[in-house]
Design a protein around this ligand. Structure first.
Ligand SMILES: *[C@@H]1O[C@H](CO)[C@@H](O)[C@H](O)[C@H]1NC(C)=O
Ligand SMILES: *[C@@H]1O[C@H](CO)[C@@H](O)[C@H](O)[C@H]1NC(C)=O
Ligand SMILES: *[C@@H]1O[C@H](CO)[C@@H](O)[C@H](O)[C@H]1NC(C)=O
Ligand SMILES: *[C@@H]1O[C@H](CO)[C@@H](O)[C@H](O)[C@H]1NC(C)=O
Ligand SMILES: *[C@@H]1O[C@H](CO)[C@@H](O)[C@H](O)[C@H]1NC(C)=O
Ligand SMILES: CC(=O)N[C@H]1CO[C@H](CO)[C@@H](O)[C@@H]1O
Length: 851
């Protein structure tokens, strides 16, 4: 009985295509011609015997191992001909090797020659971090597999974008990477972005990171073998094995080391940390004006108003609806927003309506900016405006065309003077559900489109791919044998045909996961062209490793449920702590469905402690602006009040992320790596270095249990000192506008003394310094100041470090940003309550305060 059930399961799994065949049947590769010096090793890898599991074996490979820095080991396994696709340098610039030496490095690479397998160990202590010895490498034209064994019950994090537990499941778990529009952000599914990096946390034995720089569709399996051996296995449908091993050993150092590879996140404008309101379904510009007025009447500070696709004429980019959103009226509203120091942002989708009288399309066509089908016509798809063509971000003139459209439509003297842009639907999401709908005339007609005649131009000449890392020829780019487990079905479903050739000769098959990130990058570049001295703000739905260099991100179209309120916390932890994307947050109060008052109140407060703070909802959802409910109005005022008083603290954290790769939001285990009780925590987070946020997370509840690691803490709201031995604390009666927040002992917190209605006003407020001494009586803190909006602030910035030794508070660093704001008070927290000392003290070189 048991036997036949097992067979049945095997059969079912085989039908689904996700059971790896026994690795033993593949002999793998043999390493020869090994050459090495102090800082690198190269070898040839030659196929021992054929395997051809899902496609054809690549017979000759080349191994490169570089000790790039003492804490970063680069291991690249590529085809000897270098024809296999590799992510273009201009899309993701690689870090240069600093030529560290194998002897001095924290990580050690060892290998066996026949068959070739390798391991990565810690030089000190010998902990095995990565070990492929259990199964030989498969490297085929459309299937690459590599498996590493792991210790039992590993603590793995990352591999986003997903809505699953922050600490990843360790059995029967598949993470698929294939960027896809994903309404309701389903669990255990590929979502909008791909970040093939994980952090492996081993408590006192240290933390390390493993980044596979590969953009192809893939499944990463985390499971145990029949004999109980834990493993993680990469199954990609192309690309090379380009690994960066990051030594840590502190969790925060892994985050930093990863940011050095993927790229440091872009610095954000100060105003973008204010409160944002958006809604799909604001039918007219008058309605938007009412929303703004109602926020003001309610006394809830609104920093930025957003325009979803409602503003567009027939849902076309770079257009305004002449009756509902006439440009002159829109301009008047935006002028008045700007007069009040408020901001305005609009959405852009990649799909460009193909119409001869639509200048955006015509100019793009003239510039050769669109992807082409095999017959040379533009590849068509379906997005909000109907039948569309798609920008080819690899084409040489696409950026110039995009710059031009952005510059003219958003020209402050004649057009819509936006302060930032939002790139949506850029997975790319094609509403054409299957792979035929645009080739079958009848279904085009059924969908009410006008089929366009193919323009006469010939397709872009495909470059001679050999040796150029542009992708192997003769592959089945449409339906490879190995099927990744995308929840949207076949590779090309709901997106662009994967057999499309990009202008540089690469294929969507290989570059699909880069589409959204490239649109975000192009949009950032266009904003810089438009206003060369201003720091751009771009929000993007689709991302890839390194997208933080260009844009902020929200977690997509979740629902107005408590489940998604909780999911927002773990998604934030994934992006900000692991994926080097600090400027993230959820749609506050949820996107789909009906937001209930109490849930929206909780979410308003929780959202105030996330870096990106925007309320947004779907067209089908009821209005959910904060002022629509009494309780939410009160909670939102309090939430924005505290957020704004903390805004420079948050700004400093975002700056440190962009400057040093320090995580602006982090899980408890980043700070208490040895404390096993922290490893699974996904409902609490550190904002910056010193504030621990522990919101109520249960449905409609006023109770919360949270963990306080062994340390000295101070209640943020009351200043009360709490000494924890590493305990769960249970609190009941947490009001709808309350959220437990603790200052970690040893922190100096810089806050504005008063909030304000806009971030512009906020910047004029004075400071209050709160000293929260640690176990040893000392504390430190940081403050970064600049004008909040220049792209290059040169030396007009202050990077101040504060330190407290129990008696004196001193400031050191640079003081290049001139401000009239002074330190109004210093509050010293302690055992017997807090002591307040009134200033003022000027915030400049030589600042010192004695008790
Ligand atoms: C590292 O070595 C390579 C090869 O010798 C050389 O091209 C490169 O400039 C070196 N890099 C540094 C930072 O020294
Ligand atoms: C790593 O691989 C080398 C070469 O196979 C082997 O000698 C060594 O024992 C391995 N290290 C561990 C800790 O497994
Ligand atoms: C704004 O407030 C007024 C008065 O309460 C109300 O009638 C109107 O519906 C509100 N409009 C919006 C867009 O919130
Ligand atoms: C992609 O494959 C489909 C299905 O076989 C085919 O109809 C289409 O012409 C191909 N497109 C390109 C650009 O090769
Ligand atoms: C913000 O504006 C409201 C009126 O809309 C006013 O009552 C409140 O005092 C202002 N708050 C601050 C901090 O300036
Ligand atoms: C993360 C999460 O809770 N996802 C849920 C989103 O909503 C859909 C539909 O309601 C659920 O199926 C998902 O589990």
């Amino acid at each position: 009985m048991a036997f036949s059930i097992a067979l049945l399961l095997l059969f079912a799994a085989a039908v689904l295509g996700h059971i790896p065949r026994p690795a033993a049947s593949c002999p793998g590769y043999r390493a020869t011609n090994v050459q090495q010096d102090d800082s690198y090793l190269v070898a040839d890898l030659v196929l021992i015997g054929s395997c051809n599991l899902h496609s054809k074996d690549v017979k000759n490979l080349r191994l490169l191992v570089e000790y790039q820095t003492d804490t970063r080991l680069h291991v690249l396994i590529e085809d000897a001909d270098r024809t296999v696709y590799q992510v273009q340098e201009h899309v993701l610039p690689r870090p240069k090797s600093q030529n560290a030496t194998a002897n001095g490095a924290a990580l050690k690479f060892s290998f066996t020659e026949n068959p070739f397998t390798f391991n990565v160990t810690r030089a000190s202590g010998g902990e095995v971090l990565f070990d492929t010895s259990d199964s030989p490498l498969n490297f085929e034209t459309q299937y690459v597999r590599l498996r590493t064994s792991l210790p039992q019950n590993p603590n793995l994090y990352g591999l986003g974008e997903h809505s699953d537990d922050f600490r990843l499941a360790t059995t029967g778990y598949t993470r698929t990477f294939w960027n896809a529009e994903s309404p309701f952000i389903p669990n255990r599914a590929n979502l909008y972005g791909s970040h093939p990096v994980y952090f492996d946390h081993r408590g006192d034995a240290g933390t390390h990171g493993v980044f596979l720089l590969n953009a192809n569709g893939m499944d990463i399996l985390i499971d145990k073998t029949e004999s109980g051996q834990q493993y993680l296995e990469y199954n990609t449908i192309g690309g090379v094995l380009d690994f960066y091993f990051l030594a840590g050993p502190q969790p925060a150092s892994v985050a930093k080391q990863y940011a050095e590879v993927a790229g440091l996140p872009a610095m954000m404008p100060y105003w973008s940390l204010g409160f944002h309101q958006c809604k799909y379904g604001w039918q007219t510009i008058d309605y938007v004006a009412e929303v703004v007025a109602n926020y003001s009447a309610a006394g809830i500070p609104l920093e930025t108003v957003w325009g979803d696709i409602d503003y567009m004429d027939s849902k076309r980019d770079f257009s305004t609806d002449p009756s509902r959103y006439p440009t002159d009226k829109a301009r008047r509203l935006i002028d008045s927003l700007h007069d009040n120091d408020q901001h305005y942002i609009q959405i852009l989708d990649p799909g460009i309506r193909q119409l001869d009288n639509y200048g955006v399309y015509k100019r793009g066509a003239e510039q050769g900016a669109f992807l082409r089908a095999s017959d040379g016509s533009y590849y068509r798809g379906l997005q909000w405006p109907g039948e569309v063509v798609w920008p080819d971000w690899f084409a040489p003139n696409t950026q110039a065309w995009w710059n031009g459209e952005i510059q003219s439509f958003y020209d402050p003297s004649t057009g819509i003077d936006v302060d930032g842009l939002w790139t949506d639907m850029n997975e790319a999401s094609n509403m054409c559900p299957d792979t035929n709908c645009l080739t079958s005339t009848s279904s085009i007609e059924a969908l009410g489109w006008t089929p366009q005649k193919a323009p006469p131009q010939l397709r872009a000449r495909q470059s001679d791919a050999a040796g150029h890392k542009l992708g192997l020829p003769d592959r089945d780019l449409f339906s490879p044998t190995y099927k990744i487990a995308s929840h949207r079905g076949p590779l090309s479903a709901f997106t662009l045909y994967t057999n499309i050739t990009n202008a540089d000769g690469t294929h969507q098959y290989d570059t699909h996961n880069l589409y959204g990130s490239m649109m975000a990058a192009a949009t950032r570049a266009a904003l810089i062209t438009r206003r060369p001295s201003k720091r751009p703000f771009v929000l993007t739905r689709s991302t890839f490793a390194g997208t933080g260099r260009h844009a902020a991100h929200w977690f997509g179209d979740n629902a107005s449920t408590w489940d998604h309120y909780r999911a927002a916390i773990r998604q934030m932890l994934g992006f900000a702590a692991v994926h080097a994307m600090p400027m993230v947050g959820s749609d506050v109060c949820g996107f789909n469905g009906n937001a209930e008052e109490l849930m929206c109140a909780r979410w308003a407060m929780m959202g105030a402690f996330q870096p990106f703070f925007r309320n947004h909802a779907d067209v089908s959802a009821p209005d959910q602006e904060f002022y629509r409910w009494e309780i939410v109005t009160e909670v939102a005022k309090k939430a924005i009040d505290v957020r704004y008083r903390l805004l420079d603290y948050l700004y400093t954290a975002i700056w440190r992320a962009s400057e040093e790769g320090r995580a602006a939001v982090s899980p408890l285990w980043f700070h208490y790596p040895g404390d096993a009780a922290t490893w699974g925590v996904q409902t609490q987070w550190f904002l910056g270095e010193g504030l621990l946020v522990s919101p109520v997370v249960d449905d409609n509840s006023q109770a919360v249990s949270y963990y306080l690691p062994k340390d000295v803490w101070y209640d943020f709201w009351t200043g009360e000192r709490v000494v924890s031995t590493g305990e769960m604390k249970s609190v009941d009666g947490v009001g709808w506008g309350d959220i437990p927040v603790h200052i970690k002992g040893g922190t100096i917190l810089l806050m504005r003394a008063k909030s304000a209605n806009t971030t512009t006003e906020l910047r004029k407020q004075n400071f209050v310094i709160t000293i929260a001494p640690g176990v040893d009586g000392t504390a430190k803190g940081a403050l970064y100041l600049d004008d909040g909006e220049s792209l290059d602030v040169r030396d007009q910035k202050s990077q101040i470090t504060f330190s407290w030794n129990g008696k004196a508070l001193e400031a050191s660093g640079t003081f290049g940003y001139a401000t009239d704001a002074v330190v109004e008070r210093v509050v010293v927290l302690g055992d017997g309550g807090s002591r307040t000392h009134e200033g003022p003290w000027g915030l400049h070189e030589g600042f010192v305060f004695y008790l």
